[in-house]
Design a protein around this ligand. Structure first.
Ligand SMILES: CC(C)(COP(=O)(O)OP(=O)(O)OC[C@H]1O[C@@H](n2cnc3c(N)ncnc32)[C@H](O)[C@@H]1OP(=O)(O)O)[C@@H](O)C(=O)NCCC(=O)NCCS
Length: 218
């Protein structure tokens, strides 16, 4: 399939409503929650040159944006969405690569991070050089964490004092302290551990949700 993948600008404003609706529908379908992105927020990202859009003709095929946190020390690639019609064609991989390139160009010294429950995103991040980390390695910027408020699991995050939640955190450090060879040896590749990872994700969800059910009953 031929997709036109580019840094979005004001000429893409008309797509903001569709993108916002797609993000919300996907969050509902997954039940794990992605925070809401209203059309005006999406338009702002486009006008700041911080969004990647993929088009198939005049159809929105996918979207993602970058945002800085902690006074530019951190960058998150967020709001990744691929239109259901175009999934499983490697499009998310291409969009995330474009967002990664944009982030590195605009903010070369920032650490890139993401939090996700999506195995597809974990695979893509892992291929880009991200490593799974604890939440303690991420930004402490209140505004970032406030974005989790519209997630149905927000109570789990707050109950755990923001130390963990159903999402897995992944981080790309542009200036790792370890030597490149040492880093290569130490690199945790999600792909090498995919079965263990899926089992661990299920266990994590089971444990958290069981705890929540107990609380609801009592
Ligand atoms: C997650 C999503 C972005 C993936 O888009 P996509 O274009 O289908 O992804 P790709 O085709 O680039 O696939 C990337 C990798 O993930 C795998 N993958 C794709 N969907 C998957 C799924 N549902 N479960 C597990 N793996 C999946 C692919 O097989 C591929 O792996 P490979 O490189 O080993 O072949 C898309 O399903 C989506 O928009 N979902 C709803 C929104 C969402 O979950 N966003 C992420 C929020 S963090």
């Amino acid at each position: 399939m031929n997709f036109n993948i580019t840094v979005a600008d004001a000429s893409h404003f008309d797509y903001a409503e569709t993108i916002s609706t797609m993000i919300e529908a996907a969050a509902k379908a997954r039940g794990t929650g992605i925070s809401k992105r209203p059309p005006e927020y999406i338009r702002r990202k486009m006008s700041e040159g911080k969004a990647i859009i993929a088009l198939q003709g005049k159809d929105v095929a996918g979207f993602c944006y970058v945002e800085t946190w902690g006074h530019g020390k951190y960058i998150a690639n967020s709001g990744l969405i691929v239109n259901e019609k175009y999934r499983q064609h490697g499009l998310a991989t291409r969009i995330k690569k474009a967002a990664f390139k944009l982030s590195r160009k605009k903010f070369p010294d920032a650490k890139l991070f993401g939090i996700t429950t999506s195995l597809a995103v974990m695979k893509i991040n892992s291929d880009l050089g991200y490593k799974p980390v604890t939440f303690s390695e991420l930004t402490t910027d209140e505004e970032f964490w406030n974005g989790c408020q519209s997630c149905p699991n927000y109570d789990i995050l707050t109950r755990n004092n923001r130390k963990n939640c159903l999402c897995t955190a992944m981080l790309y450090d542009p200036h790792p302290k370890l030597s490149s060879q040492k880093q290569k040896n130490n690199r945790f590749n999600v792909r090498d551990h995919i079965k263990k990872y899926e089992r661990w994700l299920r266990l994590k969800q089971h444990t958290f949700l069981k705890k929540r059910k107990k609380e609801l009953v009592s």
